[in-house]
Write a protein that binds this ligand. Structure first.
Ligand code: PGA
Length: 248
């Protein structure tokens, strides 16, 4: 069985005081212990806010370098983020792919770094609107996975999580319908089965991301192949984020 996960990606929002306030608000909520909760705050705040968390919420990083250490100005390594308590990192978010030109090669290097240094990751994939409109979304997403993730062997892939985030649904308020989400997740599970066998495929969590909020989460999370959500905007509000976790 895949783990149930609700993850919150704060992106480049909130200052340190607002971040601490949000964590304190989340501290007052009751969460079901079978849902794993992960927050991705700005990396700069991980050390400070990890000391404020009073629950099992884990912290991860929105980005990390494809290099391990050395002269890479402005970069931050797995080693460094682990040393302040980050448990997991995002790879391949569409904003990094499009605004920072992170292509398949860099993403594959990041995947390899994560595997080599035993760092769990969420690999993001998803098609733009033009691809969805032309009906090529399955080919597109399969290519993204083949180019940067599916080179891993059966042992290596087990420390990963996949997030399907259609770009047209990210930050737009336009969510994929539960049948669109389920259809893609079912295909991803099928590709995993073909490559790694049913046991491994069924143990890898596949999250949905893209305008997931307190009103649509219940329906999305009820889909058999949706094992959780990667939430952007709605994770910036303790009440909304808690409702999403509690709707699971
Ligand atoms: P959104 O972002 O929930 O604001 O659409 C999701 C994401 O980018 O992970």
């Amino acid at each position: 069985m895949a783990q149930k996960i609700i993850a919150g990606n704060w992106k480049m929002n909130l200052d340190i005081d607002q971040s601490v306030k949000l964590i304190r608000e989340l501290n007052t909520e009751k969460f079901d212990s079978d849902v794993r909760i992960i927050l991705f705050p700005p990396s700069l705040f991980i050390d400070r806010i990890s000391k404020v968390i009073e629950s099992s919420i884990q912290l991860g990083v929105q980005n990390f370098s494809n290099n391990y250490n050395g002269a890479y100005t402005g970069e931050i390594s797995i080693n460094q983020v682990k040393s302040v308590g980050a448990k997991i990192g995002l790879i391949g978010h569409s904003e990094r792919r499009s605004y920072y030109n992170e292509g398949d090669d860099i993403l594959r290097y990041k995947v390899n770094q994560a595997v080599k240094h035993n760092f769990e990751f969420i690999f993001c994939c998803g098609e733009p609107l033009s691809v969805r409109e032309s009906g090529d979304e399955f080919v597109f997403v399969k290519n993204q996975l083949q180019d940067s993730l599916f080179h891993l062997n059966v042992e290596q892939i087990q420390n990963s999580i996949i997030a399907y985030e259609p770009i047209w649904a990210i930050g737009t308020g336009k969510t994929a319908s539960s049948s669109q989400a389920e259809e893609m997740h079912k295909n991803i599970r099928l590709w995993l089965k073909e490559l790694y066998g049913p046991k491994v495929a069924n143990s890898i969590s596949i999250l949905y991301g893209g305008s997931c909020n307190a009103s649509n989460s219940k329906e999305l999370l009820a889909c058999p192949n949706v094992d959780g959500a990667l939430v952007g905007g709605a994770s910036l509000n303790a009440d909304d984020f808690s409702k999403i976790v509690q709707s699971y």
